[in-house]
Each structure stands twice: as structure tokens, then as C-alpha cells.
Design a protein. Structure first.
Length: 131
């Protein structure tokens, strides 16, 4: 993902996050049970944190290209779609097979965070002294 693509994904994900959160709080909470609402809340929480992480990566990538951050953002985006999307789908459809997709998204999150860690370790430090 380029910095531009990461920013676009973050904007879309943030929009979906706020929209679906409001829809869940005002509409779905009246028709879904506690378990389904818990799935939606979990999906929203993970989507929020990972949207912010992708936004942060895009800010860093605007200043300095880093292949590790590139792949990190790709896995975090994929994880957001698979993890949060499967929880939303599970809550709304009650098709239990969506529960098998959720851990795949979780693994994508872990890979994305690991790649971010590796990329951070590989950043070159600027000189500590001033001349």
C-alpha cells in the first residue's frame, strides 16, 4: 500500500467505524441480543485501533519509505476487513461459519504488528550530536 492508499483506507475505515457504531448504538441495539452487540463492539474496537495504526504508518511513510511499514499496513488493513468484518457479519447474519474467518483476521493483525516492529527496529537513527 502506498501512503496515499493507506490514507484512503484509513478515511474509509474511519467513516465505516463511526457510521456502523452509530447504527449499532441507535438501531441494532434494539433488535440484537447482548452477544451480537458484544461481537459488534469487539469489531468496532479492533477496527478503531487498527485504523489509527494504519493512519500512523501512512504518516511515517510520507516522510520515509519503508518496505516493512508497507507490508505492515497491508496486513493491518486485511486484518481489519477480515476480523471486524467477520464479527459484523456474524452478528447480523448468525451464520456461524463467519467465526472461522475472525481468527484469520487476528493472525493478519499479529503479522502486521510484527512487521511494524521489524520496520521500527530497522529505521536508521539520525546523529545524536549537533554540529
Amino acid at each position: 500500500m502506498s501512503s496515499r492508499a493507506m490514507l484512503i483506507f484509513s478515511a474509509i475505515s474511519g467513516f465505516v467505524l463511526v457510521s456502523f457504531g452509530a447504527f449499532g448504538a441507535h438501531i441494532l441495539s434494539k433488535s440484537l441480543g447482548a452477544v451480537e452487540m458484544a461481537w459488534i463492539h469487539t469489531g468496532l474496537d479492533y477496527q478503531a485501533w487498527h485504523t489509527l495504526a494504519i493512519l500512523g504508518l501512512s504518516a511515517v511513510m510520507l516522510r520515509r519509505a519503508n518496505i516493512w511499514f508497507y507490508w505492515s499496513s497491508a496486513f493491518l488493513a486485511l486484518g481489519t476487513v477480515l476480523f471486524s468484518g467477520s464479527l459484523y457479519s456474524l452478528a447480523l447474519s448468525h451464520l456461524m461459519w463467519w467465526g472461522y474467518v475472525t481468527p484469520i483476521g487476528g493472525v493478519c493483525f499479529l503479522i502486521g504488528w510484527g512487521l511494524m516492529f521489524t520496520g521500527a527496529l530497522r529505521l536508521k537513527r539520525k546523529a545524536d550530536r549537533h554540529e
